[in-house]
Ligand binder design. Structure first.
Ligand code: IPM
Ligand code: MN
Length: 346
C-alpha cells in the first residue's frame, strides 16, 4: 500500500499556525489507503537560543530519510539576521541539492491584485536554487576601514545551469502555452549571462514546440506589472528569481497565497515545500495568518510525490474558497483550514 513519510518543520511565528492547517488539509485529501506518517522537527529560533544549533549533520541525516519536507517559516527578530537564513534554510537547500526552486503565480478568481484592468496571470518561475550569488563565495578585506572591499561572487556552472534550464523546458513543454522566458542580465553580466544564454539556446533546439524569449531582469520587472500575461514559464538565476518571485507574489494575490517548492527532481534527497512568506512575528499567535500559501505548497508536495489528482483537488478547493471569500469578513487561520479540509474531502 502507499505511504507518505513526511518531515514537518513548523518553525517560527506564524509557521506553527499555517503548518497545522496544511496538515489538516493533507490528511483530509489523502485516500484511505495512503498511510501518512509525520515527524515534527523543532528547528528555528527556539532551538537556536536553547542549543546554539541551526541544523546539524545529524539533523540532515534524520531529514534525509523522509519522502518530503513541509516547512512553515524560519526566522525571528531575536536572532541576528543571516544566522537562520544561512544556517538553516540555505544549508538545507544546498545539502539536499534543491536546484529547482519552483514558484507558481496564478491570480485566482476573487483575489485582489494591485494591477489595473483584469490581468490574466498564470505563470511559474523556475528559480535556480543552489548557485549564483547564494553560494557564499566572497570575502572582505580591510574590514571596517573606509577602504573596505567586499566581493560576493556569483557561481554559475554549466552543469548547474543546464539541469535547471532542462527542467524549465520540460515544464514549459507540458503546459498548454508552451512558452519559456529566460530572465537574466546578459548585457552587463556577460560571463554568467552568456553561459545561461548559450545553454538556453542549445537546449531549445530539443524543444521545437516551445516558444522562447529572452528578457533582461530589469525589463522583466516592468512586464510583470504591465503585461503579466506575457509569461508562462520563466527560468532564471537564484538572486533574480528571489527578487522577481516576490514581485510575482505581490501582483497575484500577495504572499498569503504564494507557494513554493525546493525540489530535487532526482529524488535522491527529499524536496521541501514552503510558503514564500516568512514567520511574520508581528501577527504570530493571533490566528490572523492566511494558511493558503502553505496549503498550496502541500499541493506542490503531492504533485512532486505523484499524487496529481489530490494536488488538483487542493488547488480547486483553494480557488473555490478564495472566490467565495470575496466580500466576506476575514476568517481566522483555522477557519480557512477547516473550510479547505471540508472542500477537499467532499
Ligand atoms: C526566499 C527567502 C530566502 C532566499 C532567504 C530567507 C534566504 O527570501 O525563500 O525567497 O533568499 O532564498
Ligand atoms: Mn525571497
Amino acid at each position: 500500500s502507499r505511504s507518505i513519510d513526511l518531515a514537518v518543520i513548523p518553525g517560527d511565528g506564524i509557521g506553527q499556525e499555517v503548518v497545522a492547517e496544511g496538515l489538516k488539509v493533507l490528511t483530509a485529501v489523502l485516500p484511505q489507503d495512503v498511510k501518512l506518517e509525520t515527524k515534527e522537527y523543532d528547528f528555528g529560533a527556539r532551538r537556536y537560543h536553547a542549543t546554539g544549533e541551526t541544523l546539524t549533520d545529524a539533523d540532515l541525516e534524520a531529514l534525509k530519510a523522509h519522502d518530503a519536507i513541509l516547512l512553515g517559516a524560519i526566522g525571528d527578530p531575536s536572532v541576528p539576521s543571516g544566522v537562520l537564513e544561512r544556517g538553516f534554510l540555505l544549508k538545507l537547500r544546498f545539502a539536499f541539492d534543491h536546484h529547482v526552486n519552483l514558484r507558481p503565480s496564478k491570480l485566482l478568481p476573487g483575489v485582489a491584485t494591485p494591477l489595473a484592468g483584469d490581468p490574466k496571470i498564470d505563470f511559474v518561475v523556475v528559480r535556480e536554487g543552489t548557485e549564483g550569488p547564494y553560494t557564499g563565495n566572497g570575502g572582505t578585506i580591510r574590514k571596517g576601514t573606509e577602504h573596505e572591499v567586499a566581493t560576493e561572487v556569483s557561481v554559475n556552472t554549466a552543469f548547474g545551469v543546464e539541469r535547471v534550464v532542462r527542467d524549465a523546458f520540460a515544464r514549459a513543454q507540458a503546459r498548454p502555452r508552451k512558452k519559456l522566458t529566460l530572465v537574466h542580465k546578459n548585457n552587463v553580466l556577460t560571463f554568467a549571462g552568456h553561459l545561461w544564454t548559450n545553454i538556453f539556446n542549445k537546449v531549445a533546439e530539443e524543444y521545437p514546440e516551445v516558444t522562447t524569449e529572452y528578457i533582461h531582469v530589469d525589463a522583466a520587472t516592468i512586464y510583470l506589472v504591465t503585461q503579466p500575461e506575457r509569461f508562462d514559464v520563466i527560468v532564471t538565476d537564484n538572486l533574480f528569481g528571489d527578487i522577481i518571485t516576490d514581485l510575482a507574489a505581490a501582483v497575484s494575490g500577495g504572499i498569503g497565497v504564494a507557494a513554493s517548492g525546493n525540489i530535487n527532481p532526482s529524488r535522491e534527497f527529499p524536496s521541501m515545500f514552503e510558503p514564500v512568506h516568512g514567520s511574520a512575528p508581528d501577527i504570530a499567535g493571533q490566528g490572523k495568518a492566511d494558511p493558503t500559501a502553505t496549503v498550496l505548497s502541500v499541493a506542490l508536495l503531492l504533485r512532486h510525490l505523484g499524487y496529481d489528482a489530490e494536488a488538483t483537488r487542493i488547488e480547486d478547493a483553494v480557488s473555490a474558497d478564495l472566490a467565495e471569500r470575496g466580500g466576506l469578513p476575514a476568517r481566522s487561520t483555522s477557519e480557512i483550514g477547516d473550510a479547505l479540509a471540508v472542500r477537499v474531502a467532499g
